[in-house]
Design a protein around this ligand. Structure first.
Ligand code: ADP
Ligand code: MG
Length: 322
């Protein structure tokens, strides 16, 4: 048995077998049945050691996050995650590392009922590329281009903790041990908002996942939809840890930090009550943070009603996106 056959072994024994997979790992290609009356939704993300993560980071966390970022992209479309492929390049085969990597990845796969159905393995600098596949009822995928003037703008969860954690790891930000634990969890093990995305299919007009910072990612919705937005700064949701640090650190991590993997979406104001009861029913954290405007700018308004200009704009869209 070659070492790469060994690797396939690690990945072939997984917690979940979906009954819509006809051929999984082991043949030249995988075969699965997408449900009828659905569109197939596919996405991929590559994570490169020392670019996207530290090569010496915990392997469970690397495995978890490689899949999480892909589920987050499916969630932004409102798609139900189902199958994935794993392309690995490894400088060497380290069984203990691979076992932990696989356990972090399969923990999240199981939570979202996803099955690994194939991939490729080669020798090279450490990198992990996952292709995730899901499905959504015909034509129901949430797009960046659907925002309309007058829509409310919402985000799930809380923003900025992952960027705060990264700043801490880079010795730019002091934190207590308890604060560190809380925010590192958000950086290493973000929660992809798959259930939220699915539930919002019939209520939201547009959506994106927040991977590059709220202003940058909402900017993509504005560009694709040819609209603007006005956000109320003090409504942007922060964790208790972030809020305690707010006087010292300001809003920048929440506005322009990356790696949150929350959803930002817009919805007609007429859907506000339905969205509110959805959040109650499923215990989703959803916060309205502003409105879509006919301008082509993204405006931030502070608690005194004055325009707020972030120190770190972090993207092209703050002033204007035309
Ligand atoms: P081929 O040469 O036909 O491309 P491989 O020898 O690369 O086949 O792979 C054999 C089987 O193992 C395939 O089913 C492939 O999808 C699977 N496989 C290879 N690497 C991985 C991996 N990293 N994760 C999951 N499945 C893998
Ligand atoms: Mg082949």
């Amino acid at each position: 048995m070659t070492e790469f056959e060994l690797i396939r072994r690690y990945f072939a024994s997984q917690p979940l077998a979906r009954n819509d997979v006809r051929v999984g790992i082991g043949d030249d290609a995988a075969v699965f049945h997408a449900p009828t009356n659905n569109d197939t939704v596919i996405t991929s993300d590559v994570l490169v050691a020392d670019v996207h993560f530290y090569a010496d980071a915990a392997p469970e966390a690397i495995g978890y996050k490689s899949l999480a970022v892909n589920i987050s992209d499916l969630a932004a479309l409102g798609a139900e995650p189902a199958w994935f492929l794993l392309d690995l390049t490894l400088p060497e085969v380290r069984p203990a590392w691979l076992e932990k990597f696989a356990s972090g990845m399969f923990e999240l796969a199981q939570r979202h009922r996803m099955q690994l159905i194939g991939g490729d393995t080669a020798r090279g600098p450490l990198s992990i590329a996952i292709t995730a596949v899901g499905f959504v009822p015909y034509g129901k995928g949430l797009l960046r281009s659907g925002a309309q003037v007058g829509d409310d703008v919402y985000v799930t969860g809380a923003l900025g903790d992952a960027a705060l954690a990264l700043a801490h790891l880079q010795h730019k930000q002091e934190l207590t041990a308890a604060e560190r634990t809380a925010v590192i969890q958000r950086l290493e093990r973000p929660t992809p908002r798959a259930a939220e995305g699915i539930a919002l299919r019939d209520l939201a007009a547009s959506a994106i996942d927040v991977s590059d910072g709220l202003l940058a990612d909402l900017g993509h919705i504005l560009t694709a939809s040819n609209v603007g937005a006005r956000l109320q700064l003090d409504t942007i949701p922060l964790s208790a840890t972030y809020r305690a640090q707010l006087p010292a650190i300001g809003w920048d991590y929440a506005l322009a930090g990356g790696d949150d993997y929350e959803l930002c979406f817009t919805a007609p104001a007429a859907n506000a009550a339905a969205i509110h009861s959805l959040a109650e029913k499923h215990s989703f954290a959803l916060t309205k943070i502003g409105e879509i405007t006919a301008a082509t700018t993204l405006e931030l308004i502070d608690c005194n009603g004055q325009p707020y200009v972030p120190k770190n704009k972090g993207h092209d869209h703050f002033a204007s996106h035309d």
